[in-house]
Design a protein around this ligand. Structure first.
Ligand SMILES: C[S@@+](CC[C@H](N)C(=O)[O-])C[C@H]1O[C@@H](n2cnc3c(N)ncnc32)[C@H](O)[C@@H]1O
Length: 367
């Protein structure tokens, strides 16, 4: 991949293209990054690249000529020209993946008050790195370049981007390193177990919980889900459909080839239908818990059963987060979590009352 950056401040890139992963990617020829000074393309005597805005107003505006000429000089049939601009599409990991597949990119960095609007006619895309204004397009171009180059084959260990944040609209799981305990904080036991399948499952759950806590908006952006009823056993299987990955299925029965699977019968349902089914299942469960709670409040010496019900609800809450929340809207998930919490609070009050109020001996009870 080749990236050409057009800037008025080439020196700003010195450390960026020499150091660390980007530096190594360039040295090992996995990426080629060229920095061009826009001023070198100015045709006027004083190499002037900007002028005052027509109609008046503050600041200077980058002129068309140097940028038109630079792009014309560098572009080929395979080039995508990108303008760094706070008015562009908001940059994200998905766009990083898309751009990392391109052969040649030209990034144009603005400065001062911005560009002559006619420069837009020669660009394929405007990219913004966030809703704030920087003094120039240099930092945005470094941000975009960095995120693309690390995705190029062989630049970093491929495994690193398989589960990193945003890969499938989830955040990365928590990580720990030595020592096992630091200032009383312990590394989760499961990570020391050596049981890879369990660790994977724990990490996947962690990703969902973390995303729900920190970025619930990402969960809602996940694309579509499908469900499939396996007729003989009447089991319902849920499929994730992720645009970058396709269907998330695990072929069983000794699949002979990795790249081809035979599907006999698949029924695809709308996401709303899945939400409806999942809601029904949850409501049914909550009704059952309510019934059990009611029964417990009307009987006496059942602290053991109260404890058991609390555990069941806690386990179900975890199960919901792991398996169902991804199919539900944020509002509905919040509502369900609140309902579960109310149930737990009520049970804990019951538990407390039962422990603190000595139960009458069986013979003392009113007959
Ligand atoms: C001071 S800004 C110009 C802002 C412009 N007057 C506006 O309000 O939209 C100068 C240049 O910095 C770059 N820039 C500033 N903020 C940016 C952002 N959030 N994303 C991408 N580029 C940005 C662009 O190249 C822009 O032309």
């Amino acid at each position: 991949m080749k990236i050409d950056i057009l800037t008025l401040f080439p020196k700003l890139y010195e450390g960026f293209i020499e150091e660390s992963i980007i530096g190594r990617a360039i040295q090992s020829k996995k990426a080629e990054i060229n920095i061009y000074n826009i001023r070198e393309y100015a045709k006027n005597k004083h190499k002037k690249v900007d002028d005052t805005p027509y109609g008046g107003g503050a600041g200077m505006i980058l002129m068309c000529q140097p940028i038109f000429d630079a792009v014309e000089n560098l572009r080929t049939d395979k080039t995508k020209v990108v303008l760094m601009s706070p008015q562009g599409v908001l940059y994200d990991q998905k766009l990083a993946y898309t751009l990392s597949k391109e052969e040649h990119l030209i990034f144009i960095c603005g400065h001062y008050e911005g560009f002559d609007e006619r420069i837009n006619s020669i660009v394929d895309m405007e990219i913004s790195i966030g809703d704030y204004i920087l003094t120039g397009g240099e930092l945005p171009s470094m941000v975009v370049t960095d995120s693309i180059v690390r995705l190029l084959p062989g630049v970093i260990d491929e495994k690193s981007h398989q589960i990193e944040s945003f890969k499938d609209s989830l955040l990365d799981h928590s990580n720990y390193t030595k020592p096992r305990e630091y200032k009383g904080m312990k590394v989760p036991h499961i990570l020391l177990s050596g049981h890879h399948q369990k660790i994977e499952k724990w990490r996947q759950t962690e990703r969902i919980i973390k995303t729900m806590e920190k970025r619930p908006d990402l969960i809602n952006r996940r694309s579509s889900y499908y469900l499939y009823r396996e007729i003989p056993i009447k089991k319902i299987t849920y499929f994730n459909y992720l645009p970058e990955v396709g269907f998330d299925v695990s072929p069983k029965n000794n699949a002979k080839r990795k790249d081809v699977i035979t599907v006999r019968h698949v029924i695809l349902f709308n996401k709303l239908f899945i939400e409806k089914i999942v809601k029904l299942k949850i409501e049914r469960k909550i009704k059952l818990y309510l019934k059990q709670l009611y029964e417990l409040t009307t009987t006496d010496d059942d602290t053991e059963e109260t404890r058991e019900l609390i555990n069941n609800i806690l386990n179900y809450k975890k199960y919901l987060i792991e398996n169902y929340v991804k199919y539900l809207s944020i509002d509905y998930s919040d509502l369900i979590m609140k309902k579960m919490q109310l149930l737990l609070n009520e049970l804990r009050v019951q538990q407390h009352l039962k422990v603190s109020t000595p139960q009458p001996e069986k013979n003392d009870r009113v007959k």
